[in-house]
Design a protein around this ligand. Sequence first.
Ligand SMILES: [Zn+2]
Length: 615
Amino acid sequence: MKKLICTLALAVMVMSCKTTQEKTSATTINEVKVAIDLKNVTDDKVMVTITPPTFTTETATFHIPKIIPGTYSEDDYGKFIDNFKALDTNGNALAVSKTDDNTWQISNAKALAKVTYLVNDTYDVEGTHDIFSPAGTNIAANENFMLNTHGFVGYFQGKNEIPYTVTVSHPATLWGATSLVDNDPSNEVDVFHTPRYAELVDSPIMYSKPDYTTFNVDGMDILISVYSPNGTYTAKDITPEMETMMRAQKKFLGPVNSTKKYSVLLYLSDMKKPDAKGFGALEHTTSTTVVMPEMMPKAQLLEQLKDVVSHEFFHIVTPLSIHSKEIQYFDYNTPKMSEHLWMYEGVTEYFANLFQVNQGLITEDEFYNRMAEKIEASTRFNDKMPFTNMSKNILDKQYKDSYYNVYLKGALIAMCIDIQMRESSNGARGILSLMQALSNEYGNNKPFNDEDLFAKITALTYPEIGAFLNKYVAGDTPIPYNDYFAKVGVIKGSVKKPANPFLKGDMPYITVNPATKEIMIPPGMELNGFMKKIGLKNDDTLLAINGTAYNLDNIYELIMSSMDWKENDPITIKIKRNNKEQTLKGKVTLTMEDVEGLHFTDNSKAKIKEAWLKG
Ligand SMILES: [Zn+2]
């Protein structure tokens, strides 16, 4: 009987095992489903519901990123999450403990059926955090939503390599601009699939009243979407210049790039309201988010977009394609940084300048001016700080403030490598060919080891490049720029540049009375030619220019519009002098400043210079 009992017990066990197995295979969920509700916005917050994968562990850990790729800064996106709840299938709350700004630990995870939370946006509270606007979020009900997805959607620890399905319900009047494919025909529901969390983070979506253009550049579909709160600009306004620029970029890059779709999401910020203030852009593999002030005059906006969007687009080469293991296996909550920011940001920024002279969008002199400005601006940073070291430790307080130098010295490092390669190869090869060689070697699914990169580059180029990298990038020796310029016949000398009426370099000619917010000309300061000619004096208060009243609140607007002034434009300035209002009338005169610049003078180097800039 024992046997029977045994047999019976065994049969029951096998059956139950089988049943359990069947049950498990039938209900095991191995994906993350996300619902984002943009229709019912309450208190400026968006409700997010997450259907988790099946957990077999007692606890589950949910993270919102502390950091995302491309920002090189720990910004704690979890700080914007409220009312986090974990629920079982009956809607009962499971115990949750918040262990840091970005982490929630859920008990009894096997019973977890749903996670819900509210998301606050970052744009209307800038100043209370350090999130760079192109990586931030906007929630303006029925008007605009900037879904930088990492700000809305988190991941379960150990489950970020599984597929995500994101369902966004939105007002029918708003349209989602993104490179993701919408799998739902309804105009109030969008359904997006990504194979893993990283690709969701790499795919921002901007919802606004549809204002976009599309065009194709050599097989690549481009989408330009614009949100302009006061209707100042439309996508059409910027498309011709963007198209010219992107054609030139594609031509410059050649076969390195095979992107099929690329979206430019431009958010124009209303400077008169609490709104985004971090201008610039963030790179993604198939798109870029760009934030600019809406009040910027058109010529300037186009100029900035040309530089900024081309920079982001070149990021497709690095780090989006060529990158180290730190980036491939990016940890959103305990990040490790790579040593090679000189390449990710420096080479990218250099390309964004080089392609313009290469493709005739700027003149050679303009290119030299840009490089001279970078040299000048980089002197504000410690020139002896090894770049690799700074890069590896960029999240530390001690190095954080040096970050901006990646756009300056980083680009100059790339320029010197370019010049050296031209010299070593008799003009035949430049840094673009190095990046082509690296992209054959590495790519989206094949990262390099940080410590192997210099040896690999040396093997792909010349011993002089290896020596340069070790001495000037990993070492603490400042780069002798003049020696590199001499190789291409360029020498330092003074050049004339029109000065801004209100700025001398970075130093303003105007100040603000903090008590009244009025803009005034400080006492004792030497006036510039423009001020003297129009009749401004020390201690004058500037009330209005050309009919627009100015004070501290719109001082940026004043500076920006002044950048657009041309010689001999008529100008009217209303001032207060000795407590009496008066009006000064005249014409704009722009003083020419002598600044240190660069000239091509050595004709014996004409051939190598041509190869460098036009090759
Ligand atoms: Zn960049």
